[in-house]
Design a protein around this ligand. Structure first.
Ligand SMILES: CC(C)(COP(=O)(O)OP(=O)(O)OC[C@H]1O[C@@H](n2cnc3c(N)ncnc32)[C@H](O)[C@@H]1OP(=O)(O)O)[C@@H](O)C(=O)NCCC(=O)NCCS
Length: 149
């Protein structure tokens, strides 16, 4: 069984190790630390399996609007259904109502498919949004209560 909880600074090192192994242009440890510390305006969650962190979700939150900043599963736990379990808990226990926005690389088809499963819709794009020149697809989910996927 997975366990989802809010992040704390004690988790920083483990999260940073995952971040480095998942993303080419990864966040620095300082950026992760700043977001973890920003408790007033952030919803930051992690997912544990057998007590080890296997994924994390960082978002900015103002009223009932959430903007996903970072979401990843540890490499050897990707595509095994854990992301779906984790995200179901996020949107059924932490984000009950409201809109969730995110940007995803146009080429990241597995993530785009993942979000579509949760009823995210493509609402636009940002040209050359990423440092490698790639476009971002903007997606939005209008969340209502109890939408299990
Ligand atoms: C995107 C990510 C969080 C999804 O989590 P995951 O645990 O791998 O996803 P799951 O195994 O739970 O898959 C759920 C659904 O996503 C889609 N999906 C997952 N992997 C896929 C792949 N390789 N190709 C196509 N669709 C895929 C499928 O629709 C899948 O549903 P199904 O199992 O019913 O077919 C994870 O793969 C990840 O960390 N990727 C690297 C970091 C990243 O891209 N983050 C998002 C940045 S915006």
């Amino acid at each position: 069984m997975i366990k989802v909880e809010k992040t704390s600074l004690n988790d920083l090192h483990e999260i940073y190790e995952i971040e480095k192994s998942v993303f080419k242009n990864c966040w620095s440890e300082i950026s992760l630390k700043k977001e973890i510390e920003n408790k007033n305006f952030n919803l930051n969650l992690l997912c544990r399996l057998n007590n080890k962190i296997i994924g994390y979700f960082f978002s900015k939150n103002v009223k009932n609007e959430y903007h996903v900043l970072n979401f990843a599963l540890k490499k050897n736990y990707q595509h095994r259904g854990y992301g779906k379990l984790f995200f179901n808990i996020i949107i059924n226990e932490y984000i009950l109502d409201g809109s969730v926005f995110l940007e995803v690389k146009r080429s990241n088809l597995s993530a785009i498919n993942f979000y579509k499963k949760f009823n995210f819709k493509e609402i636009g794009f940002k040209k050359k949004y990423y440092s490698d020149g790639e476009d971002a697809i903007i997606m939005r989910l209008n969340k209502k209560r109890n939408e299990l996927v």
